[in-house]
Write a protein that binds this ligand. Structure first.
Ligand code: UD1
Ligand code: MG
Length: 430
């Protein structure tokens, strides 16, 4: 049986942010979510070490998980990754230790550590540019110690093997060596990485497993965050393409972790899919944004914006149409409209520039539009309002009263013509 310790107490100074580092998001979810989620596939004893803004970290993670233990680091007396592990009391004989800033690690990769028999299994990455990571000193094929970048001399800085930041350590080794860590280093911190040197000198077995940066990348800055997100996005998009989604220029498409595609969907370039959106058998044209919405058997965009709690079925939505908290079933809304808090039924056509005026500055109101309705261009429907089936609304109307089945509603100032006004005004001859 395994225990897992995830270190998430650090301040994340290099992130230059008021938000705790581990709460920065990639693909719509906090980095720490991904570490915990993968760890849970391996163990039911998950210990997350917190300190900086711990209330915020705990509150955010408790929205996803109810069986994770949060442990507060004694950061005043024992700062550093060694201090973080010191305050935990894992239940099992083998302990996985993960940094909370590694959102790309998967349970499949972690399983490989468990297949190796040693007192300590640690991970190394070979990098041409090892900048930012701890360097791993390997002598005669044996890992002897880890030197943090800030403490490394010129020779050590040239080492291309770096510490990826994941370790599988026997609990007895932690019990023996954690009390022996000191903070005699440039950062005056207790480094977990010093345990390697101590264990090596005591004749313990340390084995290194070589891993890829794309799985074990540590995120310390906003630049790292952006690069980690690119890798994560590529995984998400590859998954959906393999399941049958067509993507044009996938590198320009952004899809959050919880979005789901069903059946054969086609997505043009520049589209953004957020939240728990579900897209079924639909064609999404260029630069469309869909957030927490359900789309089924429809054509959306280009340049449409579908906002939360919208449900669009068998419909055609064109450019510059914004839809919020509305249900459209077999509807056409081709151009330049805002449809909010609306329910629109089968066979209805929404003319260009139609606006549901759903907000009076205090409250939001509903618009109901029945079947086979024709809303003329540039109409305003002032909610709350009900437009019954088989209605026509004349173009340019401001509709403030309900319209009964089969009627035409028109509200315009009558047009008048002033003969020859142009020539008079500009003092020109005909
Ligand atoms: C750490 C490793 C380094 C490795 C790198 C891989 C140490 C001393 N160094 O460096 O060898 O190459 O990860 O990404 O371990 N944390 C705490 N409490 C603290 C300090 C940090 O919980 O007092 C947490 C942080 O929130 C973070 C993780 O530990 O999730 C790693 O801390 P960070 O400061 O990012 O360490 P690195 O400098 O990246
Ligand atoms: Mg780090």
């Amino acid at each position: 049986m395994l225990s897992v310790i995830i270190m998430a107490a650090g301040k994340g100074t290099r992130m230059k942010s008021n938000l705790p580092k581990v709460l920065h998001k990639i693909s719509g979810k906090e980095m720490l979510f991904y570490s915990i989620n993968e760890a849970k596939k391996l163990s039911n004893n998950i210990n997350v070490v917190v300190y900086h803004q711990k209330e915020k970290v705990i509150e955010t993670m408790e929205k996803y998980f109810d069986d994770v233990e949060f442990i507060t680091q004694d950061h005043e007396n024992f700062p550093g990754t060694g201090g973080a592990v010191k305050c935990c009391n894992p239940k099992n004989e083998k302990v996985f230790i993960l940094n909370g800033d590694m959102p790309l690690v998967t349970s499949e990769e972690l399983q490989k550590f468990n297949k190796i028999d040693a007192d300590i299994v640690m991970s190394v990455i070979k990098l041409d540019n090892p900048n930012g990571y701890g360097r791993v000193v390997i002598k005669n094929d044996k890992v002897t110690k880890i030197i943090e970048q800030k403490d490394a001399n010129e020779e050590e800085l040239k080492i291309k093997f770096v510490n990826a930041g994941v370790y599988l350590i026997k609990k007895e080794i932690l019990d023996e060596f954690l009390p022996k860590l000191n903070n005699n280093n440039s950062q005056k911190e207790y480094y977990l990485t010093d345990i390697i040197d101590l264990a090596n000198k005591a004749g313990k077995t340390i084995k290194a497993i070589e891993v890829k940066e794309e799985d074990f990348k540590g995120v310390n800055s906003k630049f790292d965050l952006a690069n980690a997100e690119i890798i994560h996005q590529n995984r998400i998009k590859e998954k959906w393409m393999r399941k049958g989604v067509i993507m044009h220029l996938p590198q320009t498409i952004f899809i959050e972790d919880d979005v789901e595609f069903i059946g054969e969907c086609e997505i043009e370039s520049g589209c953004v899919f957020k939240g728990k959106s579900v897209i079924k058998e639909s064609y999404i044209k260029a630069n469309t944004i869909i957030e927490d919405a359900e789309i089924e058997n429809s054509e959306i965009g280009p340049m449409a914006r579908i906002r939360p709690a919208s449900k669009i079925i068998d419909s055609k939505i064109g450019n510059f149409v914004e839809i919020k908290k509305s249900t459209l079933n077999d509807v056409k809304a081709g151009h330049l409209s805002y449809l909010g808090d609306a329910q629109i039924e089968s066979g209805t056509n929404i003319g260009a520039g139609t606006i549901t005026c759903n907000y009076d500055g205090i409250n939001k109101y509903k618009t109901k539009i029945g079947k086979n309705v024709f809303i003329g261009s540039d109409s305003q429907l002032v909610a709350p309002i009900v437009i019954e089936d088989d209605v026509m609304i004349a173009a340019g109307s401001t509709i403030t009263k309900d319209v009964k089945k089969g009627d035409l509603a028109i509200s315009r100032t009558p047009q008048k013509s002033v003969k020859g006004f142009f020539y008079k005004f500009f003092k020109k001859d005909k």
